[in-house]
Design a protein around this ligand. Structure first.
Ligand code: SF4
Ligand code: FES
Length: 360
């Protein structure tokens, strides 16, 4: 296999700690305590190695990354190397002074998650009192500081009916972008699938509303949207292809090709405390496992769409078929495609209404 080209993006999960308890969290069900997190010195070394490797943008995520007191130092280190920084935050603990300090350190962009388009839904999902008001305040402070703002709305059965309100809220808060992020069913979301899965009629209404808004608001608000896998005909190019141009580092320094890769039990991962990042990028067994096209089985192997979607998501293929090298069952050409739709229908029919909230 030829050497991998340089990565462009990196998602750094600085901590699993978070004041919110969202039941769809993409962190693993077994959350890491603070004592396993990389210290400041190690993170700064890793970010310097990432810049040497050619990384252009880093998404600083968690958990809640602002719980790290060294966040300004991290942002300054990346900014000094001209790496674009995006802070992914729940926005419930950011003061005006902290936003100013992060901006001063060189922060380029803020992505604010929002659990509902009103206080009731936001607080029900995040289990955080006054969360909605705090998020609105954060959004205003971010814009007042002159930083670009994306609102990220994870969508499921309990807020899929709020699509228009989310769009209005993004306009009211002067956001540059709204991400309608249909929940992916791994980790906590997999545990809560029966309580989160929307039904087909709601998804169809969602698609109509979003498509119309995208046309009406062209040039005013960018709306990112992908049809949820469980009701799609073709898969998304998960991570833009496995270890193609991006990777994830979790709080203890383990490097993953995507945030859910640890759900595939056959993979072996490397850690930045033991191996240089450049070596991990080139030859870590987990990153090599599904890089390129050689690993593909039929129908992907001979499919003309394989360079578009890279066969979809390996983690979903494993979760549904037990084999990560299978075609993502979101694809209509997969022999397991019906299974995915049946799983969705069964989850909706179960009508579960209580959540297992994430807790650390
Ligand atoms: Fe994509 Fe594979 Fe489906 Fe072709 S068969 S559309 S490559 S997932
Ligand atoms: Fe792992 Fe899609 S989440 S490849």
């Amino acid at each position: 296999m030829p050497a991998a080209g340089p990565p462009l993006g990196m998602l750094a999960e600085l901590t699993h700690r978070c004041p919110l308890q969202c039941p769809y969290c993409s962190n693993p069900v077994e959350l890491m305590k603070a004592n396993r997190e990389l210290n400041t010195e190690n993170w700064l070394r890793v970010f310097a190695e990432a810049a040497d490797l050619g990384i252009l943008q880093v998404h600083l995520s968690g958990g809640e990354p602002t719980l790290r007191r060294d966040l300004e130092e991290i942002v300054a280190c990346l900014s000094a190397r001209s790496v674009y920084t995006n802070l992914i935050t729940a926005g419930v603990n950011l003061t005006e002074a902290r936003i100013a300090a992060l901006s001063e350190a060189g922060l380029d962009h803020v992505q604010l998650s929002i659990q509902g388009a009103d206080a009731e839904v936001t607080e029900k999902i995040g289990k955080y009192k006054d969360g909605f008001a705090k998020k609105l305040k954060t959004a205003r402070l971010v814009r007042d500081a002159g930083l670009p703002l994306t609102l990220n709305a994870p969508i499921h059965r309990h807020n899929i009916h709020q699509m228009r309100q989310f769009i209005d809220l993004a306009l009211k808060l002067d956001a540059d972008r709204l991400e309608i992020a249909n929940v992916q069913y791994y980790g906590w979301a997999y545990l809560n699938r029966s309580a989160l899965m929307p039904d087909l009629a709601d998804v169809e209404r969602q698609v109509e509303i979003v498509e119309a808004a995208r046309t009406d608001l062209k040039g005013v608000l960018n709306i990112d949207f992908v049809t949820p896998d469980y009701y799609a005909d073709y898969p998304k190019p998960c991570m833009g292809g496995w270890a193609e141009d991006a990777f994830v580092i979790i709080p203890d320094g383990t490097v993953l090709p995507c945030h859910a890769a640890q759900t595939i039990p056959t993979l072996t991962f490397d850690n930045v405390t033991e191996t240089p990042l450049a070596e991990i990028w080139q030859s870590s067994p987990a990153l090599e496992a599904y890089r390129g096209y050689d690993w593909m089985t039929e129908p992907c192997r001979s499919c003309p769409r394989k360079e578009l979607d890279h066969g979809g998501c390996r983690c979903q293929a494993y979760a549904v078929t037990g084999d990560a090298a299978q075609t993502d069952p979101a694809c209509i050409l997969s022999p397991h495609h019906d299974k995915l739709r049946h799983v969705a229908e069964a989850a909706v029919a179960a009508g579960e209404d209580s959540f297992t909230y994430r807790r650390i």
